[in-house]
Design a protein around this ligand. Sequence first.
Ligand SMILES: [Ca+2]
Ligand SMILES: [Ca+2]
Length: 437
Amino acid sequence: MGRFAPTRRARALALVLVAVLVLALALAAVDAAEAIETGARDDVEGGCAARFDDEEGNADAEGNAEADAEASCGCADAQNRASALGDMLEQDKQKTAQQQESSVKTTSAEKHELDSAPVFDELQAYIEAGHMDPDLVRPMPMVFIPAGEFTMGTDDPQIPGDAEGPARRVRLSEFELDEMEVSNRQFAEFVLDTKYVTEAESFGWSFCFLGTLSEKLREEITVQVQEVPWWAPVNGANWLHPDGPDSDVVLQDKLDYPVTHVTHNDARAYCEWAGKRLPREAEFERAAKGDLEGVLFPWGAEMTPNGTHRANLWQGHFPENNTGEDGYVWASPVDSFGAQNKFGLKNIIGNVWEWVADAWNTRHHLTAPGGGMLTDFQVEIAGRIDDPAVERVKKGGSYMCHISYCYRYRVDARSHNTADSSSQNLGFRCARDTDED
Ligand SMILES: [Ca+2]
Ligand SMILES: [Ca+2]
């Protein structure tokens, strides 16, 4: 599996550092909002996190039930962390950036080709110590998506800058899609079989949300992300240690949570190992929509039908107050929330963002050449699916998405990251062609 050179990260680092210096100087003399305008904006990181869309302006709408949520979800510690984060951010309130992309990539600079596979070694040690049973594998069930046509995108975009529209008719061949996000347990099986080293391990760090970090780690943070200061690059964060080096998916019983801190390249490597591939954007959207037309969510038009949460998102006031009203403050197990639509897909919306194969494209073809419906092949060409030089699409939103700044947990929504990006709220699932194809 080829990997991309770290030039984008290195360049972005330089831009970020320059931007931070400029910002610091500017803050001393002028209004901070004007200063932020001078920041570099070549790259986007974090999707929800890095994009700051406040178009709805109703962040307080769900800011209640904190005490109830704490009692029901047992997440007091996580909530305390989030509260501490709120205090920390109070002095750094956002003044700008609505509908703007933030700059950010990286802190350290280079990716290292590791001679060893330290995470593989850690897994072996856990097995020897009896913390993990390598024979306990949980095969991924796949759902069948029949061939057919559907309306991709929408003529009523909520975030037009993401090119959610226009609506266009697309015909897809049949395919199969993982019922759930790929879990840490499944990714561990892959690493144990191949000694695969993820890019986050090679870089030595990955992006974490400050509120998830221990107090000790928070105190060590010296670099935050411009405009979205709740994100920070954390040394030692990777899929086995998603909340930084003092966290652990094995010891903390999170093997059946979605794997995170995986880049687009890592996701493709896993799918290839599993005899699958990443879904195309059109396939993901078709699967998420089921046979429903003109609705916002896989289950229909209402966010919480009959008051029931159908997905793991953010309730409260972002970023300082996460009530966990849906039962989870951070990520949830891959089988949580039950089927979200007729295909039986779980967490196709919410929990963690999911990479899809396509290159990021904001100019959609409305019809096939000569008129008529686009086919999956034509969609693929339109999306330049094999172009490694541009950013990759991610779909579905995450547990960090709140309507006030990241209304991207709709079936038409989309976002993007560079292929070597990894973060705490970004994972994937795989697709497969059927035998008939
Ligand atoms: Ca939640
Ligand atoms: Ca998801």
